[in-house]
Design a binder for this molecule. Structure first.
Ligand code: HEC
Length: 467
């Protein structure tokens, strides 16, 4: 499937992926919303024009909408999953793409942080992978679900991973196991399971789904599960430190329940379906967003919105708080990961990577702007090191897969290409998947011939510089 960078094709892409959206179709959902969108209204593929000194708060690298985000335990990295089937591990400061992980065959719907530098990913391909450290292949793969994975969560002690799927089941996996063990299967839902959360003591699991049910199931057996059925499908769920349960519904309502499933309040966000909800580490703030609802912060105690974040392209598919709660990361339709200061609701700055700050921020050459789509992953100057992608220093005239020390994919190592203005322009005219079959570089095309020319002219000049 094409994931064009060129804005003109974005609406087509939406139509082609919408059949596979991880949320079951809801009245008037994505197709209606995006089919009428004209290319003019779509976001600039290379990011907004900005003046010198303006805060840079976007991280670009995915070739499709950003479906899932998780902040890793070390507080220094986040991981994102996209409709482009890629997983990207990002450093936060500076904000660089550190690894592109290719494993899933299609959309990466869910991510969960695990202790000890690990995380799990779940895909539309019904597979779950466990990743640790700087590993570029999964440490373990958990198979057994028979339909897309929609949600993942880890128990508070990190020993158990719970997965919810369109196959209507929840499964519990031993993280320390070999991957070959049978998972414990929890039934009870009559539709796709969209959201999961453990109670703070890890003894019960909250699940919610398209059937409108919110269920609380004791993990180690014991009393039967409790459940309540809401008037609308539930797309996400979270549990506070005190055990309160928060659900995000297709009816635009964020509902609050006690651990016994007594409804204690609701916030009506007044828009279309909510897609996601996350709680701040101190449990005081819930962040939610949706297909037509901007990211909104809600005070859990009063159930009142405290601020709204305007800016990310709708729909927003994913939100996650940093480990210290000071930053909220969002991901959505326009393929960018953005970060926001949770205290002010404004873009959170920081050291977003620049390939030499002057080069992309203030360089008037049109190619510098196009290179913004590359810079999170590729260094360019003599001192730049390999990031998620190999350094492009000296790229012109270099044979493919020859940057020292970079772990190229098997696919790239087998190809025989010499990089030049022509071959790089061609790469982004037809897209990496077609030009470099099997590559881990996320799919993206630059549909405008002038943009391609500007990029390669600029690259030819800048990648030679030795200062
Ligand atoms: C999300 C990260 C990411 C982005 C964004 C990205 N790339 Fe890449 N790129 C990679 C990875 C990863 C590889 C190595 C692929 C492999 O080993 O299969 C790569 C490989 C390449 C190569 C081949 C290098 C070699 O040594 O053979 C070129 C050329 C390239 N990218 C150019 C670009 C340009 C130009 C852009 C922007 C239009 C761009 N890339 C955007 C991750 C990225």
């Amino acid at each position: 499937m094409k994931m064009p960078v060129g804005a003109g094709l974005l609406s087509l892409m939406w139509l082609s992926v919408s059949g596979a959206l991880p949320l079951p179709p809801l009245a008037g959902m994505v197709v209606a919303q995006t089919a009428g969108t004209t290319p003019k209204e779509l976001p600039d593929p290379f990011g907004p024009r900005r003046s010198a000194g303006e805060v840079l708060s976007e991280m670009r690298g995915h070739g499709g909408p950003v479906r899932a985000i998780a902040a890793l335990d070390d507080g220094r990295r986040i991981v994102t999953g996209g409709f482009d089937s890629a997983i990207i591990v990002w450093g936060i400061s500076p904000a660089l793409a550190m690894h592109v992980l290719k494993f899933h065959d299609s959309t990466v719907n869910a991510l969960a942080t695990l202790p000890g530098d690990c995380f799990a990913s779940g895909g539309e391909d019904a597979r779950i992978a466990l990743w640790c450290g700087d590993g570029v292949t999964p440490r373990r793969v958990f198979g057994g679900h028979t339909a897309p994975i929609a949600t993942l969560t880890a128990s508070p002690d990190g020993a158990v991973l719970a997965s919810g799927s369109w196959d209507h089941t929840v499964r519990l996996w031993q993280v320390g196991g070999s991957g070959a063990e049978e998972a414990v299967t929890i039934g009870g839902h009559s539709g796709p399971v969209n959201g999961l959360a453990f109670s703070p003591d890890g003894k019960s699991l909250v699940s919610a789904g398209y059937d409108g049910q919110v269920r609380v199931t004791p993990v180690a057996g014991g009393p039967p599960a409790r459940s309540v059925t809401l008037p609308a499908p539930v797309n996400a769920v979270a549990a506070t430190r005190t055990g309160e349960i928060v659900t995000a519904g297709a009816d635009g309502l964020l509902r609050f329940f006690t651990s016994e499933l007594q409804e204690v309040g609701a916030a009506d966000l007044g828009g279309g379906p909510l897609t996601t909800v996350a709680l701040s580490p101190d449990g005081r703030i819930a962040a939610t967003a949706g297909l037509r609802t901007a990211v909104t912060m809600i005070d859990v105690a009063t159930r009142k919105p405290t601020s709204e974040i305007l800016g990310p392209g709708l729909p927003v598919w994913s939100v996650a708080f940093s480990r210290d709660g000071r930053v909220l990361f969002t991901g959505g339709a326009d393929r960018a990961v953005r970060r926001w200061d949770t205290a002010t609701g404004k873009p959170a700055g920081g050291d977003i990577a620049e390939a030499g700050p002057e080069e992309t921020a203030n360089d008037p050459h049109p190619g510098a702007r196009v290179f913004r789509a590359c810079k999170a992953c590729h260094g360019l100057t003599v001192n730049d090191v390999n990031r998620a992608g190999p350094t492009l220093h000296g790229i012109m005239g270099r044979r493919i897969a020859k940057a020292p020390g970079y772990p190229y994919s098997e696919a790239l190592r087998r190809l025989d290409i010499e990089w030049s203005k022509e071959t790089i322009a061609r790469l982004f005219e037809i897209g990496p998947n077609a030009y470099l079959p099997g590559t881990k570089m996320p799919e993206q095309t630059i549909s405008n011939a002038e943009d391609r020319k500007a990029l390669v002219d600029w690259l030819a000049e800048r990648s030679r510089k030795t200062e």
